[in-house]
Design a protein around this ligand. Structure first.
Ligand SMILES: C[S@@+](CC[C@H](N)C(=O)[O-])C[C@H]1O[C@@H](n2cnc3c(N)ncnc32)[C@H](O)[C@@H]1O
Length: 280
């Protein structure tokens, strides 16, 4: 993660949201700065070409699909949330370069032909697919990916893998007293969290399920975690992704990378689809 990438992401956020974006983060949390910056690093190092197709699975209201479009790429955004897709189409229309196509579908069953995309990205998405939905989504991404193509995905990471369906998970207690209003407010500000909430945190053991597909190899990963100041702010006071300058500052000050397991954090993973000739 570089400060330069974080700057690009912040600038893009401000361009899209205008003056309101200077105050309200619209879900662009510290964790997202980390996830988006690393994704950007990994993508740039692949030297993407303008004709390359990139799939953003579970795009929500993320600012990255329009960022990829701005880079001149052809972007397919996919989600089960129609409102999020309409938002992506509207924002995408404002950017002249590249192309953007919106697709209402489930990540577990992608409506695309085999070997279509060079990149598949799922940031903070497949941990919300219950049962084996996460594994199915990775298998589907592997199927639609071209040989040599890349999957980048991020999920929560925890020493002990765990699941929750508490939709107030990680919401400060002050806000928990008015959950209905909170969620109406979140919806208004395009934060992707709804009532039907399920989240899984992963450890190395269950991450291994993703490479059960013989066509995929684990190429790289980065684990990141937050510190006590971060937790104090986000568990007691302000929901994550609410105030732009706080999130930006917390990213640099409070997000730490670790080669070992962290008590609470996230992992971003790079998987490569093996070329047929390299399997033989
Ligand atoms: C936490 S949001 C992440 C949004 C975005 N990737 C970002 O960077 O902020 C998770 C997204 O996954 C979508 N989603 C949930 N279940 C899905 C499914 N089965 N197939 C596709 N998308 C799904 C939700 O609608 C939501 O937009």
């Amino acid at each position: 993660m570089t400060i330069q990438n974080m700057g690009h992401i912040l600038r893009h956020h401000l361009e899209l949201r205008g003056p309101k974006g200077g105050i309200f983060a619209f879900g662009l949390s510290s964790a997202r700065y980390v996830e988006y910056s690393i994704t950007l690093d990994w993508l740039i190092s692949e030297r993407p070409l303008q004709k390359d197709l990139i799939l953003e699975l579970g795009c929500g209201h993320s600012i990255m699909p329009s960022f990829w479009k701005k880079m001149g790429l052809s972007v397919v955004v996919l989600d089960v949330d129609l409102q999020a897709l309409k938002h992506q189409a509207k924002v995408g229309n404002r950017i002249e370069s590249g192309n953007l196509y919106a697709c209402l579908a489930r990540g577990e069953n992608l409506p695309f032909k085999d070997n279509s995309f060079r990149f598949c990205i799922a940031i903070s998405t497949i941990e919300h697919f219950p049962g084996d939905g996460d594994v199915q989504a990775v298998q589907e991404m592997a199927r639609v990916l071209k040989p040599g193509g890349l999957i980048i995905l991020s999920v929560p990471f925890s020493r002990n893998s765990k699941e929750t369906d508490d939709y107030l998970h990680l919401i400060p207690w002050v806000w928990r007293r008015i959950p209905r209003n909170t969620f109406l407010l979140f919806r208004k500000f395009n934060v992707d969290r709804t009532g039907g909430f399920f989240e899984r945190a992963y450890n190395f053991e269950n991450l291994g399920r993703f490479v059960s597909s013989p066509s995929l190899t684990f190429e790289d990963y980065k684990i990141f975690g937050d510190n006590r100041i971060y937790r104090l702010i986000h568990e007691k006071l302000i929901p994550m992704g609410a105030v732009t300058f706080i999130e930006f500052l917390l990213t640099k000050k409070c997000m730490k990378f670790s080669s070992s397991e962290v008590p609470r954090g996230g992992i971003i993973v790079k998987l490569r689809k093996i070329c047929k000739h390299s399997i033989a």
